[in-house]
Design a protein. Structure first.
Length: 398
């Protein structure tokens, strides 16, 4: 297990779920740069310290040892929050040392130190800075961090526009810091901002006219940070054209549901189907639930679960799993998430149940599916995408 060494001690950190075969660490040079900066400058951490976007608890776990009056982590990731809880417990932190909030929770009323691990999604950063701005005052210390490739002119423009004057540091180990001085129009210390400065999230758009029957023209909502938040992405569009039909009373999971359009399409086309929407993103689940409540009808019910894929689903409890798996974990390209999703789907499916997957052709998911299910069938394909079907044909591997 790797240890992150800081001025407050050395801390064993893992990602979640912990896997000794996973070569990716739970921190990087950007986390180290920020923690070293806070220690070297003697930043006053005695007030309320809010940490936005801490990926695996690499920031709040050491900071808990510094003893802020209130330490708050704000995260959109169930996996990240779970890693944080485990890393804090492993470090011996008190159970109440850190308040774990999601991006859907109300932020603290006052923030004295705001630390931002720049997320992959610029939209999520914009939304969260808007939500935190009322809690920031002229004396708030605001420091962001990220790898050089993660920090762009548009990133700095958001800090500048929403919070105040912004500059960057020199690069260290390909990481940078962002320093923002809150201006008089930030938070409760100044005048209110103009309508042009209002938070544009969540975003709503109409589904295209060529969407499957029942979806065409419907307006859907996307919270900030949800994949392809301002339009229907082409992979999902292709998947919607090739979904299974005649499902009857099947129990169907939209795994990694995003804004839930795939599951919503099933709900509209299959009135007897039972729907489970699951994603590790709190923003995604909020989007999926609102879209379902808006369009599926008041008498239609579904289950919405923020979690680690189908890890919490009972074995043999599903008839069909629909999945458009991600192939990035933050900035790292990996098929680890897809492999875990496929394995969890197999365990959760009844014998004879099916997993339908859409993915970029070059990812070679058919190889992974054959390894896990023993079979994979091409349902449809075009030059960019494939839809694959795998059937759980026995119960020998659970």
């Amino acid at each position: 297990m790797n240890r992150l060494t800081t001025s407050w001690g050395a801390f064993p950190l893992t990602r979640f779920p912990a896997d000794p075969r996973d070569p990716l660490r739970a921190w990087d040079a950007a986390d180290e740069y920020l923690l070293n900066h806070l220690a070297e400058t003697g930043t006053d951490l005695s007030g309320t310290v809010a940490v936005l976007g801490d990926r695996w608890g690499a920031l709040v776990t050491p900071l808990a040892a510094a003893g802020p009056a209130q330490l708050v982590q704000i995260s959109d990731s169930y996996l990240g929050r779970s890693a944080t809880a485990e890393n804090l417990a492993r470090s011996g932190a008190a159970p109440d040392a850190v308040t774990l909030l999601t991006t859907q929770d109300p932020p603290p009323g006052r923030v004295d130190v705001l630390l931002v691990r720049v997320p992959k999604s610029l939209a999520l950063l914009e939304d969260q800075l808007h939500r935190l701005a009322p809690a920031v005052h002229e004396g708030t210390v605001v420091v962001g961090t990220g790898m050089v490739k993660e920090i762009h002119t548009s990133t700095l423009a958001l800090f500048e526009r929403i919070l105040g004057t912004t500059r960057t540091s020199l690069a260290v180990k390909k990481a940078r810091l962002i320093h923002t001085t809150p201006d008089a129009a930030t938070g409760t210390t100044g005048t209110s901002r103009t309508a042009a400065d209002a938070n544009p999230w969540p975003y709503r758009y109409a589904l295209p006219a060529d969407a499957p029957a029942g979806l065409a023209g419907r307006t859907v909502v996307n919270q900030a940070g949800v994949f392809c938040a301002d339009r229907l992405d082409i992979g999902t569009r292709f998947f919607l054209q090739h979904l299974p039909t005649g499902l009857g009373a099947a129990r169907v999971a939209d795994l990694g549901c995003g804004n839930g359009v795939v599951g919503l399409a099933v709900a509209l086309a299959e009135p007897g189907a039972e729907l489970l929407f699951t994603d590790e993103s709190y923003q995604a689940l909020a989007s999926a639930e609102e879209n379902f409540r808006t369009h599926a009808g008041a008498d239609r019910t579904a289950e919405f679960v923020v979690g680690d894929g189908l890890a919490a689903a009972a074995p043999g409890s599903l008839d069909l799993v629909l999945n458009n798996p991600p192939f990035h974990s933050h900035q790292a390209t990996t098929d680890r998430t897809a492999r875990r999703m496929f394995a969890d789907a197999r365990r959760a499916l009844r014998p004879g149940g099916e997993l339908w997957v859409v993915g970029n052709r070059h990812l070679g998911y058919h190889v992974t599916l054959r390894r896990i299910f023993g079979n994979a069938e091409l349902v449809a394909g075009d030059p960019k995408f494939v839809v694959l079907r795998a059937v759980k044909r026995d119960v020998r591997r659970g």
